[in-house]
Design a protein around this ligand. Structure first.
Ligand SMILES: [Zn+2]
Length: 442
């Protein structure tokens, strides 16, 4: 299907501040008209979006691509196809590849490999060389290639002085650091949440303090340096409350939560099923409920997948030996709808805020546009003149997750067999469909 002339007809449009019945005409990859009774130019393809919401394409702040170095688990091609099926038009690749993304040459390599992907791929650079937490990586060289987010994700920058210098350096470069909050001494190798279930199962646990202690320290470092900081995959309500309070005092801090921390609890570990091993670990039901309340109250800026594919040889092993992480891209939207629990217009706007507009702002993807040619607007308002990065969601079409429907190379989803409340019908990247009728088309 050519990029020229596409009409999304009959749906509700989730615009900047309202959800309203409107059609969307896309011409040459750009939104040409939004409204009712649009004159349809000759040769226009019409997509029926009746019963669906048309929103900005989703933006994931937290994807593990596994390429380069671990292609048996996932490739940029397979991850981006899973992303498109999940409604995503942009993903931020975490730097824990092999080699790690800690230099301009690796950044350039990943960007080159991603040119034909089914969604845009922004690259997060490592904060320290080798993600080892000691010497700062050449952040300026990476920033010159358009990198706007820096993190050692998978590992915490646990040396406070290194983190302070990273924040100072990042501030000067107008880029944002992001922290994986896990105090290694307090976590002490725990493979699940420390509590009733870890005691019953005889598995070493880690308390929420392993996360919260780093959040508290880093908020102090933000206060000291004035540099922005994004907190990755917060799982403990106390961590979120600390960040929200700091934001209330005017500190430039944001945070994300992952769909699995909003929909699964630590009792899932009862069968020692390694698919439920993840870092930070699944928390008890009471904390999951609190996290959902904080999401509803607006204390969490973004939902980010922490999509972490693992080939079977890393997961078909005892729980405490399995690599932590689970798939996320394809089902994050449905899981977030399930967690928020509503599909009223206000809920829909909140949804696109959490999954598209806020993450695009946090990753500074609009600033990256100006720095790097060929990178188009993400998380937009669906206004005339915007690049048509769109997703069309049927909010009233439940779907069952099956092994066969998983587009990733790895199958480590804990949701196989579950029913999700929504279906992504179509995804458009720069006006060209990547998904039509819930099927990947490129
Ligand atoms: Zn992480």
């Amino acid at each position: 299907m050519s990029a020229r002339g596409l009409l999304l007809q009959g749906g509700l449009v989730a615009g900047a501040g309202a959800v309203a019945r409107a059609d969307v005409l896309v011409v040459d990859g750009v939104i040409a008209e939004v409204g009712l009774d649009i004159d349809i130019p000759q040769g226009t393809t019409v997509l029926d979006t009746t019963g669906c919401v048309v929103g900005p394409g989703l933006v994931d702040l937290h994807t593990h691509l596994r390429e380069p170095g671990n292609e048996e688990s996932e490739t940029i091609e397979s991850a981006s196809r899973a992303a498109a099926l999940g409604g995503y038009t942009a993903i931020v690749a975490m730097p824990n590849t092999e080699p790690p993304c800690d230099s301009a040459s690796v950044v350039a390599d990943v960007l080159a490999r991603a040119r034909t992907a089914s969604c845009e791929v922004a690259v997060a650079g490592a904060i320290t060389v080798g993600r080892e937490g000691r010497a700062l990586a050449p952040m300026a060289e990476m920033a010159a290639l358009g990198v706007t987010l820096f993190t050692d994700d998978g590992a915490c920058v646990h040396d406070g002085d290194v983190m302070r210098r990273a924040l100072e350096y990042a501030k000067g470069l107008s880029v944002t650091c992001a922290q994986h909050c896990e105090d290694p001494a307090i976590a002490a190798g725990g493979v699940m949440h420390e509590g009733m279930w870890s005691s019953m199962l005889g598995l070493p646990g880690q308390p929420t303090l392993a996360e919260t202690a780093i959040v508290a320290r880093d908020l102090g470092l933000v206060q000291l340096t004035g540099a922005p900081l994004h907190f990755l995959h917060l799982s403990a309500p106390e961590s979120v409350r600390l960040v929200a309070a700091a934001r209330g005092r005017g500190l430039p801090v944001t945070c994300e939560a992952a769909p699995h921390h909003l929909t699964l609890d630590d009792s899932e570990c009862v069968r020692y099923d390694p698919r439920f091993r993840v870092n930070p670990p699944l928390r008890p039901t009471a904390l999951v409920k609190e996290l959902i309340e904080l999401l509803r109250a607006g204390a969490i800026d973004a939902v980010a997948t922490d999509h972490a594919p693992h080939a079977s040889e890393r997961k078909d092993v005892p729980f405490d030996e399995a690599s932590p992480g689970m798939l996320g891209l394809q089902h994050a939207l449905g899981l977030t709808v399930a967690a928020l629990g509503g599909t009223e217009p206000g809920d829909v706007l909140a949804l696109f805020g959490l999954l598209s507009r806020r993450p695009a702002a946090i990753a500074r993807l609009r600033e990256a546009d100006e720095r790097r040619a060929g990178h188009s607007a993400q998380g937009g308002d669906l206004a005339v003149g915007e690049v048509a990065n769109l997703c069309v969601v049927d909010l009233d079409a439940p779907m069952v997750v099956t092994d066969q429907s998983i587009a990733s190379r790895s199958k480590n989803s804990p949701y196989v067999g579950r029913t999700l409340p929504v279906t992504v019908r179509h995804t458009l990247l720069r006006g060209v469909p990547t998904v039509l009728d819930a099927t990947a088309v490129r």
